[in-house]
Write a new protein. Structure first.
Lengths: 300, 235
């Protein structure tokens, strides 16, 4: 039972990270129907910025969780700026262009950002300091769930609650939903749609940066390529849950996390990706729009 | 008040509006009638900045609004109820109304207008927390008009408000349009295929064919016009 619980909580941790990154894919897709393939790179940049800032903070004598918080704040600001710029230079000029052009631009930005970090930093894996301390009160359950997992879970839960409140309750959140549901009508009520799209990229990037910091400090290393696998996994989660749906991204992330965790625990860790992508194929056959996705009704 | 001078609007290389000029004076109800594909909706979208004209000028009270962004034009007081109502389907009736008042900051006045539209269409009060997509066609049209009124328009543009509605509902909607025009002195520019109803409501009318204005006259004179009767009234 302890083993099951360990796998369950491990899957939950992993899944909540997937969900955090998947939200960026799904929110952008919901508004402009574009798969932002450079989203994984934003996550990677977030992790790198955190690494650099954590290094600087350590030199200045900060320690433990305060370093994590400072690093995370810097990562969020930096990644948001990247997300904003990305939209502005790579996607906005192509608004109204065929979807394929936008997709190619997205893939291009992904390759560009990877290589930019490769050149600017290093091709090697860099060690990421372990910033999450072992809490004393977690001692009795340490064999099932560690302090890092707890911090990751708490952070993602709080982030998602804040995001939900933003989308449901605030004026700007409502404008985001309106834009998603009918963009030209949103313009007709006076919403500056370009600003809403920028904001969506900024929020998605901030979430990815939080994910990047958490994973990097959990796994303990970063390099220029970590965004690729994380991006593919989170994209899978978004599709699994129903791309364009915010609760779908969270559900998709968790389902994917559990699938991997249980597959690794009960079968073999070599097969966790097989199970993850096998599940995706299965769900796409049974529910092509994803778990919570709505099949788009087309009126003719 | 609202004046369109020789605008030409294109979709890619296809010219949708050819040298269109028209005028809506303060307090008037003016209608634009014409067949499918004549360019009526494009005219409204050109006014609202969604498909800006390539040449020509649109003015409000003498100031040019050509080339302004859609939200600036809403801010100037030109608000459209588009064809097919375009309710935000996954937002509640209340949220849809809130979106109508998106650019307004005076909460008290917004609340006042909210009460006003609820008295115009009491059904909306009952449906307040229901999702927009679950309303009937008539209720959606009422919500669409109310949403536009929440912006406190000086000129209200309506695109085929009668489309797909039962005759009784159409009459109700047209009565309300008249009431809005009278009560709050809102200038109304109404695009319709239902020429008979529209001309009965309006002060003046324009007839559009193939992207160009072919006739302008007082509405009651257009109702008597032989060409109009043959082409649009089926008489």
């Amino acid at each position: 039972m302890d083993y099951f619980l360990e796998l369950f909580l491990g899957g939950l941790t992993r899944g909540s990270i997937y969900a955090l990154i998947a939200l960026g894919y799904t929110m952008v897709y919901g508004i402009i129907q574009l798969i932002n393939f450079a989203h994984g790179e934003i996550y990677m940049i977030g992790a790198f910025v955190a690494l650099i800032v954590a290094g600087i903070c350590t030199i200045y004598g900060f320690a433990g969780i305060s370093v994590l918080v400072l690093a995370a704040i810097a990562a969020i600001i930096y990644a948001s700026a990247y997300g904003y710029t990305l939209e502005k230079i790579a996607y906005r000029p192509l608004r109204g262009a065929p979807r394929l052009s936008q997709l190619i631009s997205a893939i291009g930005m992904s390759i560009f950002l990877q290589n930019y970090v490769l050149l600017a930093q290093t091709p090697d894996f860099l060690p990421f300091p372990s910033l999450i301390p072992e809490f004393a009160f977690m001692e009795p359950v340490a064999h099932i769930v560690g302090s890092s997992e707890l911090v990751i879970l708490m952070t993602t839960v709080i982030t998602m609650i804040l995001l939900t409140l933003l989308i449901k309750k605030t004026k700007i959140g409502k404008a985001m939903r309106a834009t998603q549901q009918d963009m030209s009508m949103a313009r007709l009520v006076g919403i500056n749609v370009d600003r809403i799209i920028s904001l969506t990229f900024v929020i998605g990037s901030a979430l990815a940066a939080i994910g990047g910091v958490l994973v990097a400090s959990y796994i303990g290393q970063v390099n220029f390529y970590i965004g690729f696998l994380a991006g593919v996994k989170a994209f899978t989660a978004a599709v699994l849950g129903g791309i364009g749906s915010v609760p779908g991204a969270v559900l998709g992330g968790l389902v994917l996390g559990w699938t991997e965790s249980f597959a690794a625990g009960y079968v073999s860790s070599d097969y966790e990706d097989v199970f993850a992508f096998g599940l995706l194929v299965l769900i796409l056959i049974l529910r092509p729009a994803g778990l919570l996705g709505k099949a788009r009704k087309q009126k003719v | 008040m609202l004046k369109i001078n020789n605008i030409q609007t294109y979709y890619g290389n296809i010219q949708a509006l050819k040298d269109v000029s028209l005028e809506v004076k303060e307090g008037e109800i003016v209608t634009l009638i014409g067949a499918n594909g004549a360019g009526k909706t494009t005219t409204l979208m050109s006014i609202c900045g969604i498909t800006p004209p390539r040449t020509g000028d649109i003015t409000l009270d003498g100031d040019s609004i050509t080339g302004l962004s859609a939200e600036k034009i809403v801010q100037q007081g030109i608000v459209q109820v588009p064809e097919g109502r375009r309710i935000f389907p996954d937002m509640t009736v209340f949220e849809n109304l809130e979106m109508g008042a998106f650019l307004r900051t005076n909460k008290q006045l917004v609340q006042q207008d909210l009460n006003y539209v609820m008295t115009l269409f009491p059904i909306l009060e009952k449906r307040k927390n229901q999702l927009g997509g679950t309303l009937s066609g008539g209720e959606q049209q009422m919500l669409a008009i109310s949403r536009a009124l929440m912006a406190r328009p000086r000129v209200l543009l309506l695109d085929e408000p009668s489309l797909g509605l039962a005759p009784l509902i159409i009459k109700q909607i047209f009565d309300i349009i008249k009431q809005i025009n009278k009560e709050s002195n809102t200038t109304i520019f109404l695009v319709e295929q239902n020429a008979n109803q529209a001309l009965k409501l309006a002060d003046r009318g324009y007839v559009m064919e193939n992207g160009a204005i072919t006739l302008v006259d007082d509405a009651d004179r257009l109702l008597e016009n032989d060409d109009v009767r043959k082409a649009y009234l089926g008489l």
